[in-house]
Write a protein that binds this ligand. Structure first.
Ligand code: HPA
Length: 271
C-alpha cells in the first residue's frame, strides 16, 4: 500500500476527530453492537474515507466508530473487509495503517470462527496465541514502504505475550473459562471440508476462519501490539455430523455477545 494513499485516508479520518484514539478494535461477526457502547461517538462510514472499498457482507455495518470507553480513547471497526469479497490483500491492510497513523498503539482483533480442536464447544472464547496464514497471499506483497515497517517483518511474537497474560487474568476475574490456541486462515467463502479441517488440526490449528491474519500481519508490520480473541461459533466441518451455515454462526455469536463484550471492555480498561 503506497504511503501517499494511506496519508490521504489518514488526513480525512483525522479531520473528523478531535482526539487521538490509542486502542483499535476490530469487531467480528455478531460483535458489532459493542461500538454502540462508546461515548462521545463519531461515526465515519468506510464509504466516506478516501481509498477504502465498500464492505459487502451482510450483517456488517461498514464503519469506524470512534469514542471513549471509560477513560480510554478507542476506534472500533464495525465490519471489516474480507479477502473472499474479492479485495486484494493489501487493501485489507489500509484500515490498520489508518489506525496506526491517527495514533493507535494497540489493536484488539476479534472474529467468529470454527473450532478445529475437538475439546472446544460452540460459544467458547479463544485467545489467539499464534496463527497459520493458509490464504495463499499476504497483505505486504508489493513494494515495501520503509516508513511503515521493514520488508521482512518478524512474526515470532505476533500476538503480544503481555496482552495474552492480561486477557487470561481478566478472564479469570470474570470467571470465564478462556481457551487459547492457534488460528488458521482459509480464504473462504466456502466453509472448509472435513478433510481440510483434519489437515488444519494435524498442522496445529485449534480454530479455522476467513479473516484476522491479514490485519494482524499489517498491524505487526507497522509496529502495533496485537491481542486476538476468537469466538468459536461452531465446530468446524466434519467434527459433528451436521451441516454448517451462517445462521448458526450468527446465533452463537449473538448468544455469547455480552460475555465477549465484557471481556474486551475489561481488557481495554487495563491496556
Ligand atoms: N470456518 C471458517 N470460518 C468460520 C467458521 C468455520 O467453521 N465459522 C465461522 N467462521
Amino acid at each position: 500500500m503506497e504511503l501517499n494513499i494511506i496519508k490521504e485516508s489518514v488526513e480525512y479520518v483525522k479531520s473528523r476527530l478531535n482526539f487521538e484514539p490509542e486502542i483499535g478494535v476490530i469487531l467480528g461477526s455478531g460483535l458489532g453492537d459493542m461500538a454502540d457502547t462508546l461515548e462521545e461517538r463519531v461515526v465515519i462510514k468506510y464509504s466516506e474515507v478516501p481509498n477504502l472499498p465498500v464492505s459487502t457482507v451482510h450483517g456488517h455495518a461498514g464503519q469506524f466508530v470512534v469514542g471513549k470507553l471509560g477513560n480510554k480513547k478507542v476506534i472500533m471497526m464495525q465490519g471489516r473487509f474480507h479477502f473472499y469479497e474479492g479485495h486484494k490483500m493489501n487493501v485489507l491492510a489500509l484500515p490498520i495503517y489508518i489506525m496506526k497513523y491517527i495514533g493507535v498503539k494497540s489493536l484488539i482483533v476479534t472474529n467468529a470462527c470454527g473450532g478445529a480442536n475437538t475439546s472446544f464447544v460452540p460459544g467458547d472464547l479463544m485467545i489467539i496465541k499464534d496463527h497459520i496464514n493458509f490464504a495463499g497471499s499476504n497483505p505486504l506483497i508489493g513494494k515495501n514502504e520503509e516508513e511503515i515497517g521493514p520488508r521482512f517483518p518478524d512474526m515470532s511474537t505476533a500476538y503480544d505475550k503481555e496482552y495474552i497474560q492480561l486477557a487470561k487474568e481478566v478472564g479469570t476475574t470474570l470467571n470465564m473459562d478462556l481457551k487459547e490456541g492457534t488460528y488458521m486462515m482459509f480464504t473462504g467463502p466456502t466453509y472448509e471440508t472435513p478433510a481440510e479441517v483434519r489437515m488444519a488440526r494435524i498442522l496445529g490449528a485449534d480454530a479455522v476462519g476467513m479473516s484476522t491474519v491479514p490485519e494482524v500481519i499489517a498491524a505487526r508490520h507497522c509496529g502495533l501490539r496485537v491481542l486476538g480473541i476468537s469466538c468459536i461459533t461452531n465446530m468446524a466441518a466434519g467434527i459433528l455430523d451436521q451441516p454448517l451455515n451462517h445462521e448458526e454462526v450468527i446465533e452463537t455469536s449473538t448468544k455469547v455477545k455480552s460475555k465477549f463484550i465484557s471481556l474486551v471492555n475489561d481488557i481495554i480498561q487495563k491496556i
